[in-house]
Design a protein around this ligand. Structure first.
Ligand SMILES: [Zn+2]
Length: 520
């Protein structure tokens, strides 16, 4: 190959005419994203290409003088903004003619072969006006039928605590009127924005299971379930980085989350694959700050390497490629939110552990390109091994997808309840609780991590949640299937309070053991 290349360079340098090396076009695919439509030509090798001067903003003509087609090729359907796509003979070669319904800016580049594809010519048609996607799934995919939404404006939902007075009473009830419960001031409290990133998409199918399940479809289905749950929860809202079957470069995913949607939390959803079909279990990852090569385990490093290859497979052009300086800066600033990412990760692992086996019981860390955005907590969740036949079966089940989403949702919710960000609904809730709670005389022993933005305020809010006096305690006997997190949730107390009240060194509890639980 190298010899051939050298010959070509020599011939070019000496001004000799090149022999015509025909390149086969073997397939043409299209992917539709909200702000661009992508055409991909599969090729037998690198191809010369040139935008014809006869092109107009609504008609692109790309000359491929050395290309040929072995037989008829299925061309993409004319879904807006495409009006038509055709290949026609042009001299010895072929010409690709693309008519569009609106003006587009073309970006044409080639991608070298990789483990999934041969050489590719990519034609991105960048739209001036983004168009919401009606349906972009070009392959059979288990995707929930939730209306596509390109952007979502965070709106504080009114939170109205249910009070007995709100329910119609059958008989007149004589009671001492209680002060009306305080409502959150909607001007003061904002929703926490969670950006959900469905891994892979479009050209990049991600891992592929034995049954042919594509990771990109599983991740989008789980992302949509999670989106619905987050949007239904007071104080939280959600956006998706990708709403259909198209590719987004890794760096772009972070940017969409942080700059387009001002996300506080970024969760990238994936499903793993391994040579060993027996490998199984979910895992949660945060960024490793010590550099791309370092990781908390070999497993984490290999996984990050595999996920980082997405840009090569999915087709990021050079302009959209990684910006080294930006990444170095990101490394420095991400450190601030990393502790919080790790905390939230542990909350998610807790929940996933009750649903599926865990590949790793701790939050692993490695140099994931998609997690390197400063200013937001970022996690990557591997929901299971698509390469494991049983887990592949689970991952395509609607029910299991929903439960995975619920586990992630509960982890995010729990994190926000424990460490409320200032000005969030959760800070408001904590404030309300602290007003009601009689300050216990027992000193607190638990050291809490600093809240995300304004340590003094949230710290004050959290310290107000300390345990109630001994007289307002119940005794709870641990039943099979219980764990400390669930018990804390069920009784609306913090894990820290439970631990300190019961002198627990860790979260281990035994069936039959009795716990003291404060009652509000
Ligand atoms: Zn993945």
């Amino acid at each position: 190959m190298r010899v051939l290349l050298r010959c070509l360079i020599l011939m070019l340098a000496s001004g000799l005419a090149l022999p015509v090396l025909a390149v086969d076009i073997t397939a043409v695919r299209s992917w539709r994203a909200p702000d661009n439509t992508r055409l991909v030509l599969d090729l037998s090798g690198p191809v010369a290409h040139q935008l014809s001067p006869d092109s107009t903003p609504a008609r692109l003509i790309i000359e491929l003088p050395d290309a040929r087609t072995a037989g008829p090729i299925a061309l993409p359907a004319a879904i807006a903004p495409l009006k038509s796509v055709r290949l026609e003979k042009s001299g010895q070669g072929q010409r690709l003619v693309i008519d569009t319904l609106q003006e587009v800016t073309p970006r044409v580049f080639q991608l070298p072969p990789n483990e999934k594809y041969s050489q590719r010519l990519v034609v991105d048609l960048l739209l001036k006006v983004p168009v919401p996607i009606a349906s972009t799934v070009t392959e059979a995919a288990p995707v929930a039928k939730v209306p596509d939404q390109v952007t979502s404006i965070p709106v504080m939902r009114p939170v109205e605590p249910v009070t007995p007075a709100a329910k119609p009473a059958e008989k007149p009830v004589i009671s001492v009127p209680e002060p009306a419960p305080e409502k959150p001031d909607q001007r003061r409290y904002r929703n926490i924005v969670v950006a959900i990133d469905a891994g892979h998409g479009g050209e990049d199918p991600g891992a592929i299971g034995a049954k042919g399940t594509h990771e990109k479809n599983v991740t989008l289905a789980i992302a949509r379930e999670l989106e619905a749950m987050l949007k239904a929860e007071p104080g939280l809202t959600a956006v998706l980085t990708r709403t259909g079957d198209y590719f987004i470069p890794l760096q772009e995913r972070r940017r969409i989350a942080r700059y387009q949607h001002k996300a506080d939390i970024f969760i990238s959803i994936h499903a793993d694959a391994a040579e060993n079909r027996a490998a199984k279990g979910a895992s949660v990852f945060a960024l490793s700050l010590k550099g791309a090569g370092t990781a908390t385990s070999r497993f984490a490093r290999m996984l990050a390497e595999r996920e980082n290859r997405s840009d090569l497979i999915g087709g990021a052009s050079i302009e959209s490629g990684d910006d080294t300086l930006r990444n170095v800066l990101a490394d420095m600033v991400v450190a601030g939110s990393l502790d919080h990412s790790l905390h939230m990760g542990r909350n998610i692992i807790d929940r996933l552990g009750g649903l599926t086996s865990l590949h790793s019981k701790r939050v692993e860390q490695a140099g994931f390109a998609v997690l390197k955005e400063p200013g937001m907590m970022s996690l990557l969740v591997e929901t299971g091994f698509i390469s494991n036949p049983q887990e592949e079966e689970n991952l395509i089940s609607k029910e299991h997808q929903r439960e995975l989403a619920r586990a992630i949702f509960e982890g995010v919710l729990r994190y926000n309840q424990r460490y409320p960000a200032p000005d969030s609904y959760f800070a408001w809730q904590a404030e309300q609780r602290s007003k009601k709670t009689v300050i216990a005389s027992a000193p607190r022993v638990e050291k809490k991590p600093e809240p995300v933005r304004d340590s003094t305020r949230a710290e004050a809010l959290m310290s107000g949640q300390s345990g109630a006096p001994e007289s307002k305690m119940i005794r709870y006997r641990i039943a099979p299937g219980d764990n400390l997190t669930r018990i804390a949730d069920r009784h609306q107390v913090s894990l820290a309070d439970l631990r300190s009240l019961n002198n627990l060194q860790d979260d281990t509890v035994k069936i039959g053991q009795t716990l003291k639980i404060p009652v509000n």
